[in-house]
Write a protein that binds this ligand. Sequence first.
Ligand code: NAD
Length: 345
Amino acid sequence: MTLFSHPDFDDHEGVYIFSDPKSGLRAIIAVHNTKFGPGCGGTRFWTYADDASALTDALRLSRAMSFKNAMAGLDLGGGKGVILRPKGEFDRASLFASYGRAIEKVAGQYITAEDVGVSPDDMCIIKTQTDYVAGLDDGEAASGDPSPVTARGIFYGLQTAVVRQLKQNDFSGLRVAIQGLGHVGYGLCEHLYAAGAELVVADINQSVLEKARAEFGASVVSPETIHAQDVDVFAPCALGGAISADTVEEIKAAVIGGAANNQLATPDMGERLVAKGILYCPDYIINAGGIINVASEVSGTYDPDWVESKVLAIKNTLTEIFDRAAATGQATSDVADAMAAEKLR
Ligand code: NAD
């Protein structure tokens, strides 16, 4: 395993490794860039195949948070925490308390919130050890679970992309494939269904699929084929890498936009999507709703009007990216990266 020559190492300001055999904690906190404020991004709690995969996730996701926060115009830098899920039995409260002490040691360079596998309850436990935590359910400025705001931002972003690509002002009659019906994916289904879309869904969790079938009349397909459905829009809302050398040629949707971070398995996928005439909404632009919600809490006063205005601004940012991409023939992902890198310079 390499660090400074790691392909995803991008002059991160700090990469911190924590181990606490008593609680079973093994965690990595990566702080990518603090130009606009403390590194802020969710903590992921996941079963990693090996340490190298956890490091890759921390490096890539923290950089994406720098880009996301800069492009959303927030006073926050980029950071991410990953906790390697212990193999055997463990006490969740003592694990997350230990993680809270780890965050405290990073001394304000990193502020955490929820990501995959982490709940507002876990945030409360972290809060017993450090103040560098947001996404709380209780407290003066508490913003709670960011997922509904993320889902709303993705819906707004897809509205913009659908107008641009399909010349349609609403979702009526459109077929949308949603990969992953978790906190964000299910919320996105609610918006799309209310807007008249026909839903095709996949998840590895059977119970949530039954719920979507009953509530939205959604068609259920296998996780292996969701990307290849005959749909207008594909929304990756599970984990990263949905658009890869294995899947890209099978995608039939005209628009892609969803919650997952790092949707492009490799950067060249952006150009492959251009070649196929697919309009891609860069992941860290369209899924910024949650961090916008968190940013309001971090500011010390939760302001729902400020949050809504910033979430709506996702539409403007996407429009600018689509315009620049159309003018230059570049991939939307490359345009977004160049704009973000420019802001961070
Ligand atoms: P979640 O854990 O609640 O949901 C993920 C869902 O994906 C689960 O239902 C899971 O069963 C399903 N899934 C896992 N593997 C799958 C597969 N191979 N095929 C289909 N479904 C699969 O997570 P979430 O909070 O909804 O977040 C989803 C994604 O969006 C993550 O990548 C996360 O990093 C990203 N994201 C979340 C937020 C937020 O506010 N929660 C904000 C920005 C980005």
